[in-house]
Design a protein around this ligand. Structure first.
Ligand code: DC
Length: 215
């Protein structure tokens, strides 16, 4: 049987990874968090004191980087970095790494290889519009910046991180802007993607809606 490819795109905090993980389990297919890949490169830059504004340096480093997914873990050069890629420092720098075209080529290449070898659901910004334009199903999740910000805020507070709600909302808006306005493969709804507004909807509501379209 042909591999199934499901694309879940949308801005930060729209619920993509939560929904994608549940759908992956439900359909017994692999889940790839493509944002985690850009985060891993960003983490490596920070660890190496690479100036993120120096594109040539970031590209050099990205070329020497190995990223892999296994058993719901993300590996950066052979080491699990699930938690390290979620720090505020990584979050605040990742959009500037993700806008570099050559870095995107490297990541997209890995995503396409994974998509070709098994059925997969990928969440990101450009999966339906660029990485897999022929995906079997495409969803574009949205929610108001306030709702997306308060979801992220709750996650951070639960982890014990001290933040202000307004700062989290402002950071999300800033990230949306960089992601949407970059030159190459920006955050955009593919023409044939199904838009789902998750504002005020429960996780179950959104999962049911997505599954209904797939089955
Ligand atoms: O989904 P996330 O917040 O973990 O994504 C981190 C960053 O990576 C986000 O600011 C945009 C970028 N990204 C991207 O440019 N393309 C993707 N396919 C996934 C994420």
């Amino acid at each position: 049987m042909k591999n199934l490819v499901i694309a879940i795109d949308g801005p930060a905090g729209a619920g993509k990874s939560t929904i994608a993980k549940i759908i992956a389990k439900e359909l017994n297919i692999n889940y790839i968090d493509t944002g985690a890949m850009y985060r891993a490169v960003t983490l490596k830059c920070l660890q190496n004191n690479t100036d993120i504004k120096n594109e040539a340096e970031v590209i050099e480093l990205a070329k020497k980087t190995e990223i892999d997914f296994k058993d719901n873990n993300i590996y950066l050069d052979g080491k699990i970095v699930n938690d390290e890629i979620r720090t505020i420092e990584v979050t605040n720098n990742v959009s500037n790494v993700a806008k570099i075209k050559e870095v995107r080529y490297l990541m997209v290449n890995v995503q396409r290889i994974i998509g070709e070898r098994s059925s997969v659901i990928l969440d990101g910004r450009d999966i339906g519009s660029y990485v897999f334009p022929n995906a079997d199903y495409k969803f574009f999740l949205i929610a108001t910046p306030e709702e997306r910000g308060s979801r992220r805020y709750k996650e951070l507070i639960e982890k014990g991180v001290e933040v202000k709600l307004q700062d989290v909302i402002d950071d999300i808006i800033k990230r949306d802007e960089i992601d949407s306005n970059r030159e190459f493969a920006p955050l955009v709804k593919a023409e044939d993607a199904i838009e789902v507004d998750t504002t005020g909807k429960s996780i179950k509501d959104v999962v049911d809606l997505v599954l209904q379209k797939i089955k």
